[in-house]
Every structure is written in C-alpha cells, then in structure tokens.
Ligand binder design. Sequence first.
Ligand SMILES: Cc1ncc(C[n+]2csc(CCOP(=O)(O)OP(=O)(O)O)c2C)c(N)n1
Length: 563
Amino acid sequence: MITGAQIVCESLIREGVEVVFGLTGGAVVPMYDAFSEYPEIRRVLVRHEQGAAHAASGYARTMQRAGVCVATSGPGATNLVTGIADAYLDSTPLVVITGQVGISSIGKDTFQECDITGITLPVIKHNYLVSDVRDVARIMKEAFYIAQTGRPGPVLVDIPRDVQVASTEFSYPATVNLRGYKPSHEVDAAHIATIAGLLNRAERPVVIAGRGVIISRAYDELSELVEKMQAPVVHTLLGLGAFPPQHELNLGMFGMHGSGYANRAVQNADLVLALGTRLGDRATMSTSGFARNAVLVHVDIDPAEIAKNVAPFASMVGDVKGVLTQMNPLIESRDRSEWHSQVNRWRMDYPLSFHRPGSKLLAREVIRAICRGADEQTIIATGVGQHQMFAAQEYASPRRNGFISSGGLGTMGFELPAALGAQVACPGETVWVVAGDGSLQMTIQELATITQEGLPVKIAVLNNGYHGMVRQLQEVYCRSNYVDVALGTPDFVMLAKAYGIAGERVEREEEVSLALERARSYPGAYLLEFAVEPEENVLPMCVAGASLDEMIEAPVEAPVGQA
Ligand SMILES: Cc1ncc(C[n+]2csc(CCOP(=O)(O)OP(=O)(O)O)c2C)c(N)n1
C-alpha cells in the first residue's frame, strides 16, 4: 500500500520523468513530502508558477517529450494558466499536477480553493479532477499518453489533498484504451499518390515547414522532399529549426514579419505544401489574399485545423513524418532552375536590412551576431516583441529544433523560464535568451532559479526603453501617438548582480562581438544588457488586413492609419 502522492512519483518514474518544475504550497505538502523520497526525480524550485509552466515547456520542446510542472491549489494553480494556454496553442506536451483542497471541502470556497479544471478547460488538451486514490495511476498513465500523442498538448491532473494522503495498492497500467481518443491516422495510398501528382506537376512550388515537422522529427524526410522537388522552404515562427538555415533552399520565416523574399515566394508559387502548421493569421495575413496563385495542399495531424483558417485544394490528416515517408518515393526529381533563379533574385533584391533611425546600436545587429555565432549546440529562446521577430528573421542556428519562442499566445516573459527548462534538458549546450526589457521583467524572478540551479544560461537583454513592438504599432497605426509604451527600466546589470549573476552593459557596435564571446566562454550564467536604438522598427511588416506581398519594407514614413 502506498499513498496517492507516492503513486504520482512512481508514475513519473515509469514515464521516464527526470525533472519537475514547481513551487510548493499547502495543498501539495503531501506531494512534496513524497518527492523527497524520490531523489531520482530532480526538483527545480521556480519563483513563480508561470515560470514552472514555461520552464516545463522549454524542457518539453527541447527533449520532445512531456515536461512536468507542479503547483499548489488556488493562486498556485491560477498562476499556471498563462503557461498552460501557451503550451496549448503551441502544441507543447505538458503534464501539470496541481493540489486541490480536500474532496469534502470542494465547492465551499475553502481557503485556496479554485476550480482549476473549469478554468483551464478552454485552453487545455484534457484535464482531470481525481476523486479516488485508486484512480491516480490510471489517470497519470492517461495524462502522459494524451499529452504526448497525436497533436501534443498540456494535460492537468488536479489531486485533492486527501487523495494524496490516502493509500492503495499500486500497479501501473501497461496500456491506455480511451474510447474517445484514437490519435493515429492511416493515410490512404491512393490519396498520397494524387497529392504527389500535384507536387510533380507544379512549376513554382513552395513548402511551408510548421512546428509539426519538428514534433514528428521529419527533418530528413523534409530535406529529401524539397531536394527532389527543388522547392524553397519557408517557415512559420514555430517551424524555425525544421530545416537547416544554411541550405540554399531555405528562405527563413514568412508571414507578418517574414522576409521580402519568403513572402514573395509564397505569393507567387503555383503550389504551396503546408506541413504541420495551423496556418495561423500571423503566417497567412489576409486569408483571401494568401498564396493567391497557388494550389494549397495542407497536411496536419489535427483534423480540426484543416480548412479552419484557409480552405485547401487538397489535404491530408496525418503525422508529417508518416506522410512524407510514404510520399517521397513518388516525388520526381525535377529541375526547377527558373523558379530558383527568380527566388534568388528576390533574395538579392529584398534582403533583411537595417532600419537605422538614430546613431545607437541596433537590436538587429546584436541579434544577428548572436544568431550567426550559433552552432549545432546552440538553442535560442526568445521573449515576445520586436526582439523576437528580429531573432526569427535572423535565426541561423544549424541545430535542429534550436528555436524556442511563444507563437500562438505571444506570451511576454516566456524567454527566461523557457531557456531555464531548455538548459536543464541540455546541460552541455549554449542556451541564449534573447529578451526584451519589457518581456524579461515579466518573469525576471527566475534569475534566482537560474542561480540556485547553477545554470549557465546566457541572457541578452535588448533594452530599447520601450515596449518596442507596441510602440511600432502606435507609430504605424496611431500617428506615432505613443501611449504607455515608455519603460523606466531598471539597471539590468545591477539586477543580475543582485541575483548572483555576472553581467555587463554594451552600448557600442564595436563592443558587441567581444562581449558575446565573454558571455559564451563564462562558466556560469551571464547577462548582457544592450542599450539599443529606441525607435528601430522590425521590417518587413504586413499591416492588418493586408496580404503577404503588401509589406512595409522601407522605413515607415507616413502613418498607414489603419486599425
Ligand atoms: C503578457 C503579455 N502582455 C502584453 C503583451 C502585448 N505586447 C506584445 S509585444 C509587447 C512589447 C514588448 O516589449 P519588449 O519586451 O521590451 O520587447 P521589444 O518589442 O521592445 O523588443 C507587448 C506589451 C504580450 N504579448 N504579452
């Protein structure tokens, strides 16, 4: 006979879990008591539960298996909600364990009671409120299964305190059989052949790599496909890392802040093959104008995504790797040099260029230097804002799956805890945090966790003194009427020092590369605060309602005046 809390620990071990990110509280005291008996499960004590969820996400995305986080009932659980929603929108597998008040106290507004299963319902793949200790093992097994199969996502297991302390016999189920959840999809061979025929006939094909390529680890299959087709590859924000940036067919990111050449390729293609992407609005912009000259073929594991945003000409529900494994033998190697030359002309004519409104250091310069210095052992985690888009545009890490960013929810404050989780997953690699001065301050308390865990994370804060992305929107849409975007920032180097982290401030272009090198070679965590141009814009930019080929590419001169 063992307790519910011990069953959770035994289940984690059977699922191969090595680390849990969490923060304690009254409703998880029995849980933490049990954790202490299982030293093989590393506990990372974060300073805010949002940090636990993002750290588990950073770990999960890097390890490509479920990350685990733990919080107490009430405020502990509600603090997780942003991280859960973030993981849900970005298809990140999480198993979230929360404590709950005792079963007989539920519904009485008991101290720190809150209905976390109700609250998270719209932003979670599945959740459970456990009412009987005999269900704990089965539910844990199901939680990991649901989180990690099909389209991955977060699953929450809410465990009342009395269930944690009650005892029962333990046996862990070998299999899962859920009547309503059968995530495998057989792909019909005849259908594959029809789609291969479309691909073979295309003159100007483009392949969109979404995060589904990374989740299904279809790297080699994607390379084989596009090399045979001689098709350029564009990425969604979360697809970055699916295809080597140095490859001549790689056009980087397309979309709202995609490059002029990537967006032109999509808009002039006669066939677009979208792999493992939900074709979200930041990627497609105006859906009626999206890829307007192309036959759209959409492959995704989630049937709900097909035709949700853009109606495809043909579609296939399935895992990208499985689909490409079947389809690649049917793809003809073709010479598409004319299309190639056209794409390369766009590359030459519309390069990613600097917007220099003043004489100060540019965020793009710093981020370009970080990205170009990335090797196979470098992971880049970003916050949300201009710095994120610069990093996405400049991303050049040869590491597969080396870009970690909050896409769907666009969660400022994601970067530091996500990087912390990635560094726990990959202790031997260099993890760079590309942070905004606004974004970093949303979860800056996790510097304490980084110090406590001795994690050698490298932090670059692009300090432009603004909520820069919103300032840019106000410049474009509101006649530069800047409202509540100026930040009276702290001294980040002193802040880092207060948390026990070394750092320095960099103001001049000629200091950048040596400072980056000092950070890289420093044995522990290191923070670089870059004092960058306050009013640098991220270009290209597609304004609301526009199509991908209607970009602002030159510096913004006249306000567009569209809301
Ligand atoms: C939690 C959260 N609150 C608000 C926003 C809206 N928002 C998007 S970008 C941004 C500004 C980001 O500023 P900063 O981190 O300094 O980065 P910069 O754009 O200057 O590079 C804001 C406020 C958001 N994405 N997330």
